[in-house]
Design a protein around this ligand. Structure first.
Ligand code: Z5A
Length: 231
């Protein structure tokens, strides 16, 4: 889907929905299913991801997932994620929302909080400062945190990867992934208005049904008419 020029008069702002969670939780699968659902409801939506989502940020994605960012140390690696986010927010996310387009984003600032904050031990003050610069007051309207036992998520990711080499984060040990799961669960518990914890240890259709229910309840999406009431 492409961004369209704004029509006369300001359109209602689009909704910003993010998907978070550990390895192999099924974020990409669920984001595609939700995009199809929104399209069926005649809601304009784009699917994007972090790190990446804009040409500049995709270059940085290559650097961090190759492991080169790790060599620079936790704070510098966090700066790389922040630089990617800054480009993505300004080039893609904000313009889409301003045109009334929904933005479905595979990972966002909660991933920095979990991976670089809880796991990488980058200080909250540093993360706060980077958020002020990159996202300002932008916050997801709704965040789905896909929760899955670590062993199952890692099995799914390994099956999808096949003979390919694990990336910088996939290569971390099981303890890292267990702590990561806890960090995401903690975010969900701390911000229940914004976050919905989804049991992702089920078949894709069952997980998608949980997501649609939460979307209906949280963002008042009317599934019987091709339009949405505002929350
Ligand atoms: N990172 C960071 O450190 N800091 C940041 O600020 C940000 C990111 C933004 C990006 O990785 C990495 O960057 C990420 C965190 C870090 N670390 N890792 N690893 P990525 O974008 O390459 O990948 P990912 O975001 O971690 O996603 P994923 O692990 O690749 O998977 P997923 O999107 O959650 O799952 P999926 O691709 O939908 O499904 C995985 C497989 O399982 C696939 O074969 C599916 O067909 C299958 N699947 C999906 N759902 C099901 C169900 N329900 N049942 C059975 N099988 C299923």
């Amino acid at each position: 889907m492409t961004l369209e020029p704004a029509a006369a008069g300001p359109p209602a702002r689009g909704r910003f929905v993010t998907f978070e969670g550990g390895e192999g939780a099924g974020k990409s699968t669920q984001i595609r299913l939700l995009a199809d659902r929104l399209e069926a409801l005649e809601l304009r939506a784009i699917v994007t991801r972090e790190p990446g989502g804009s040409p500049g940020a995709e270059i940085i994605r290559h650097v961090v997932l190759s492991g080169m960012g790790k060599l620079l140390g936790p704070e510098a690696e966090t700066l790389l994620f922040a630089a990617a986010r800054d480009d993505h927010v300004h080039a893609v996310i904000e313009p889409a929302l301003a045109q009334g387009i929904w933005v479905l984003c595979d990972r966002f600032a909660d991933s920095t909080r979990a991976y670089q904050g809880s796991l990488g031990q980058v200080a909250p003050a540093v993360l706060n400062a980077m958020e002020r610069v990159t996202i300002g007051r932008l916050k997801p309207d709704l965040t789905f945190i896909l929760d899955i036992p670590v062993e199952i998520g890692m099995q799914r990711a390994a099956a999808r990867r096949g003979a390919g080499a694990p990336d910088r984060f996939e290569a971390e040990d099981i303890q890292f992934h267990q702590q990561l799961r806890e960090a995401f669960r903690q975010i969900a518990a701390t911000e229940p208005q914004r976050c919905v914890l989804i049991d992702a240890n089920a078949d894709a259709a069952t997980v998608a049904a949980q997501i649609r229910t939460a979307l209906r309840e949280r963002l008042l999406v009317n599934e019987t008419r091709p339009e949405t009431a505002s929350a």
